[in-house]
Ligand binder design. Structure first.
Ligand code: GLC
Length: 753
């Protein structure tokens, strides 16, 4: 095998804000995107060095640097990049000279044939978080991972890779933080000193450039903000998609879907969404409806709408090879499918049998795909579930010579799902006019957050998966993807009633809350587990609906800063060793105010770690001192959740669907605390893009304990709130203290506590 090293510097040039450094082997291109974001692209192919599916920003166009005989030094207000010339090595520092991260001095960057590898120094106390949908511990140190989007059905809590690629991590050491995003879509590798005597970490890819963005913000939220500035943020999701979602592979007929929907209403279990999995189609042909079992889709969806339900239908990329099927005929005629190098359409087998695969890397193909959604939107579908888009084929091995556009499969596999989600989003966005489509995808690459939510694929009905799910959601959150769900109850297998109850308690605090299960599994709806468990599950789902004003406000924050809804404790407490312990690593903050400690279904007490500060059990208001571990009750009826001292949680009454008006009372729950806290409260119409034209209702709610006041700034935006009355519920304050309800008005509201 050919081994090449980057070698010594031959030339250094600056033009148009870009620094170009050459060696005998490669060219390093250095650009500055913002004071905290510097890109280093070490390439052997300068012509192609700029393409990206993920990045939506341009470099600043200027770069401040100095050159000496031995070094080139690039400076911004927030970072110093010292580039040593011989051999060519890169080292990032804070402006006051603290080392953040640097190349390993011995091995730096090298190639083995087409493989590119970067070795980086490991700091003794360094921890790593991120990489999106990856199993394993919160701290990635001593583990290694591969990015290769895979249909990982039957995965275990140890399986790698899964379905998605987020080649981004955050390094935490010596009280410092930094981030690194390797924007390379080939099969890629991250090794956090798994097997090298703690000598270095390394990252690399089978081909392509060592093309990375280095983030120098000195907080984890700052790094997430920069990552999502660079690669985009989500839009406001439709409010209905934050309600409870009921899925199954499959409800076999329109009547069955309607029957399940009506049972939610009969049992008074709030819900917003029903799903159709693959069996709604004719022979699994995408954009068709089964003529017998879903004979009149419009009448069917109208009935769902009358019960205040939305419908989400699945679409897979595989187009059945069958003459006379519109998508097949059109795709063949226009040459829209992935091909072999000789131009023959590639055939792989998946649900419909032999299939062709749309080449989503071409704009004309994406437009064609997007326009076909009228088959679903005309009768009234507003949610589009993109599955099997790794892309999956039976036996999982698409030949390497298959071409998408001008690229071979190995180069673009990791972004195929993202491009399908983009085509789906762009198309349905256009068709639905001003309505927000809901797109859900299984495969993804960094940047997918601009188009779609994700779920974590085919998990299993075990407690281990319940905990793994929380970690996956949290890891995706720090990697830029905030809108995430897991199959509540576990896709494969059948959960025990206790597990189902527990998993629902966790579902409340998951960005997307969807119950889903495999074909032939036991029915999984909330009423399948007896009256007592129904009550517990109903209670959880009701809690979700109560929390929607808070949750919706959290998503608004995500649209502004990328801050995820579910926040591993490493976001706010990256240097607190305890949060990484196995017992505590699944814990997370649900927004700034609530700490959630997931607990398995077979125990009724749990050890939790509360970071420094005061905490109150959500529900009972029992007070706990932070900075230590506690053993707490964890009955099935009350998974441990804690409100942070000073938390402000806006809640509403229980409604059966987000389309219900509710009673018009917004209740601010406030927990006692000594420090000033605030929360940005947000409302809009929940289903259009008018908020982007200012039809929103935004105000900052501040709790000022010293002044004994709760202050709501005057509302900004032209949307009229759904609420007419404001109530305040105090927690942890002196007994007997209470606040009278006031009118909920747009002007500033000041409440004495
Ligand atoms: C895949 C999906 C699963 C879906 C099934 C049938 O396994 O991950 O969610 O139910 O295909 O469409």
């Amino acid at each position: 095998m050919d081994y090449k090293i980057l070698g010594n510097t031959q030339s250094v040039q600056q033009a148009a804000g870009r620094l170009t450094i050459t060696t005998a082997e490669a060219t390093a291109l250095i650009t500055v995107y913002s004071p905290t974001v510097i890109r280093v692209n070490i390439t052997r192919n300068v012509q192609d060095a700029d393409a990206s599916f993920a990045v939506i920003r341009e470099p600043l166009g200027q770069i401040e640097h100095q050159e000496t005989d031995t070094e080139v030094i690039v400076t911004t207000d927030a970072l110093t990049l010292r580039i040593s010339k011989d051999p060519l090595r890169f080292a990032f520092y804070t402006p006051d000279g603290k080392l953040l991260s640097k190349d390993d001095e011995r091995f730096g960057t090298s190639w083995q044939n087409s493989r590119v590898i970067n070795h980086r120094e490991l700091n003794p106390d360094e921890r790593f978080i991120g990489l999106g949908e990856k199993v394993g511990d919160l701290n990635r140190r001593a583990s290694s991972f591969t990015n290769w989007n895979t249909d990982a059905s039957d995965h275990t809590p140890k399986t790698d890779p899964l379905y998605e690629t987020f080649p981004f991590f955050i390094g935490i050491h010596s009280g410092l933080t930094y981030g690194l995003f390797l924007d390379n879509t080939h099969k890629s590798y991250f090794d956090f000193a798994a097997s090298c005597d703690d000598q270095f970490i390394w990252l690399g890819a089978d081909d392509g450039d060592l093309n990375y963005y280095f983030f120098g913000a000195q907080t984890v939220p700052g790094i997430i903000e920069d990552l999502t500035w660079l690669t985009g943020r989500m839009e406001m999701p439709p409010l209905w998609s934050l309600g409870y979602q009921q899925c199954r592979w499959s409800y076999m007929s329109a009547n069955e879907v309607l029957d399940v929907a009506s049972k939610f209403r009969e049992h008074n279990v709030p819900a917003d969404v029903m799903y159709c999995d693959i069996d709604y189609m004719e022979g699994f042909k995408i954009f068709t409806w089964n003529q017998e079992t879903f004979a009149d889709p419009k009448a069917f969806i109208d009935k769902l709408k009358a019960m205040n339900f939305k419908l989400v239908t699945i679409v897979d990329p595989g187009i059945k090879v069958e003459k006379g099927y519109q998508q097949y005929d059109e795709g063949v005629e226009k040459g829209y499918f992935a091909t072999y190098p000789n131009g023959e359409n590639y055939i792989g087998e998946v649900w419909p049998g032999r299939c062709h695969f749309p080449d989503f890397f071409r704009e004309d193909v994406r437009e064609w795909w997007g326009a076909a959604f009228t088959a679903l939107t005309d009768p009234g579908v507003e949610g589009f579930w993109n599955d099997m888009n790794e892309p999956a084929v039976w036996n999982q091995n698409i030949p390497w010579i298959v071409k998408f556009g001008d690229k071979f499969m190995p180069e673009v596999r990791n972004v195929y799902g993202m491009m399908m989600a983009k085509a789906t989003y762009d198309g349905t966005r256009k068709i639905l006019g001003n309505k927000r489509p809901f797109v859900l995808t299984r495969a993804a690459y960094t940047g997918t957050q601009r188009f779609s939510a994700v779920w974590t694929g085919d998990n299993t009905a075990t407690d281990e998966h319940l905990l793994l799910g929380a970690r996956l959601v949290n890891s995706l959150g720090v990697s830029g993807m905030a809108f995430v769900g897991v199959d509540i109850g576990g896709f494969s297998g059948n959960p025990t009633p206790e597990m189902m109850v527990r998993w629902n308690s966790l579902g409340v605090f998951t960005p997307m809350y969807r119950n889903h299960s495999i074909k032939d599994s036991d029915y999984r709806e909330p009423w399948q587990y007896g009256e007592q468990n129904l009550e517990l599950i109903r209670h959880s789902i009701e809690q979700r609906y109560r929390l929607l004003p808070y949750l919706y406000s959290l998503f608004y924050e995500t649209t502004l800063t990328g801050m995820p809804v579910c926040r591993t404790l490493a976001i706010d407490h990256p240097h607190d060793a305890a949060i990484y312990y196995k017992d505590y690593q699944d814990q997370f903050m649900f927004g700034p105010g609530l700490l959630v400690a997931p607990v398995i279904s077979t125990v009724t007490t749990a050890k939790v770690y509360l970071p420094c500060g005061d905490w109150y059990r959500f529900g009972s208001d029992e007070r706990y001192t932070g900075g230590q571990e506690h053993t707490v009750d964890a009955p099935l009826s009350d998974m441990p959740v804690f409100a942070k001292a000073g938390a402000i949680i806006p809640m509403q009454n229980v409604i059966q669907s987000t389309q219900d008006a509710g009673d018009g009372v917004l209740t601010l729950h406030v927990w006692s605390g000594n420090d000033m806290t605030d929360l940005v409260y947000y409302e809009d119409d929940g289903h259009t893009y008018n908020y982007q034209q200012g039809q929103k209702h935004v105000r900052t709610i501040t709790f000022d304990p010293a002044a004994g006041k709760l202050i709501l700034t005057a509302a900004e935006g032209s949307f009229t709130s759904r609420f007419h009355t404001l109530e305040v519920t105090l927690h942890g304050f002196d007994a007997g203290r209470s606040v009278q309800p006031v009118n909920y008005v747009n002007d500033e509201i000041v409440i004495d506590l």
